[in-house]
Design a protein around this ligand. Sequence first.
Ligand SMILES: Nc1ncnc2c1ncn2[C@@H]1O[C@H](COP(=O)(O)O)[C@@H](OP(=O)(O)O)[C@H]1O
Ligand SMILES: [Mg+2]
Ligand SMILES: [Mg+2]
Ligand SMILES: [Mg+2]
Length: 363
Amino acid sequence: MPYEAELAHALLTVTRATLLTRRVFTSSTKGTLSKTDTSPVTIGDFGAQALIISSLRHAFPNDAIIAEEESSSLASNPTLTSEILSLVSSTSLSPEEEARLGGSIKDESQLLSLLDMGKSTGGPSGRVWALDPIDGTKGFLRGGQYAVCLALIEDGDVKVGVLGCPNLPLSDTAPLPTSAPDPDDASTGVLFSATLGGGASSRPLTHTSSKPQTDGVKTIHMHSLQPDNIPNATFCESVEAAHSSHSDSSAIAELLHIPLSQSVRMDSQAKYGSIARGAGDIYLRLPVPGKGYVEKIWDHAAGDLIVREAGGVVTDARGQNLDFGRGRRLEGNTGVVAAPQGVHDVVIKAVREVLEGKKDVDR
Ligand SMILES: Nc1ncnc2c1ncn2[C@@H]1O[C@H](COP(=O)(O)O)[C@@H](OP(=O)(O)O)[C@H]1O
Ligand SMILES: [Mg+2]
Ligand SMILES: [Mg+2]
Ligand SMILES: [Mg+2]
């Protein structure tokens, strides 16, 4: 299977990092800092990023890396740096698995330099890994959903995608969660993955060295929805109204005769994983008027491939494919609309009607 080695590595390194973030999630102090753009970052984000970059440098030393965080956000904070080092030093993987990932991080200076190895500018050619160590940091802090996200992009196309979603139900048939997860619940925690042309899968996040990662793997599919059934569809969107316009999504739902009670708000790329396994149908991310925000590739690369491999279509709000070959951001796109193949056209038509109807007013 093409990209077998990359997928196996991505699954293991995302597992190790997600288990680290789970330890921070359940701890009372998360070492939260505010970045220059006022968005939050925690010792969980830094720890997961350092561990994943360290393993990628070990296994694929010639590949470029684009990652969200950088050491300057730590603002030379020695207390937090040493907390992160102790966090990355404790592992629940076996010695063999640790060896596959290149082992642990030695000291603070190695930790800081690893954090800064994700500054590639990307572009249309070559191999680049896109890493979001915690997507949905606000959800992570609120006790909601978050995801550890890693994708391999080659010549602008996503070839491998893995999402670690520790707070989603393990069961593919469980409904979209609407309340805060119970981190002690053994039926919580799932990994989603896909390779281009190889389909999409889910598997339990619960990891012990005696339980290989091939245990419990299931192929996942989106619901096969047809236009007549759209009023029965569930849609999901960001919890944060600043990240996706809630008023536009309500107008679109109304146009499609989808009751608002069928909308679920959740943080992170857990939305992509959820619709890919049929625990929801449509993901809307609608540009907030007047902001001119350009989406980051690490917020979408893994989820885009997982949904497409599960039988869905992912485009921006104008119906264009997401273009991951334009650098660190999705410079050619605005918003995201993901839906099953049978209804994506109809959803885009409604999205365009609502967004273009207000074009002269506020965008
Ligand atoms: N104004 C904005 N519009 C859209 N997305 C935004 C945004 N400001 C921040 N984001 C992104 O939204 C991501 C979270 O998405 P969601 O709202 O679906 O959970 C954040 O990822 P991080 O949490 O990794 O920083 C961040 O990159
Ligand atoms: Mg962030
Ligand atoms: Mg993110
Ligand atoms: Mg993040």
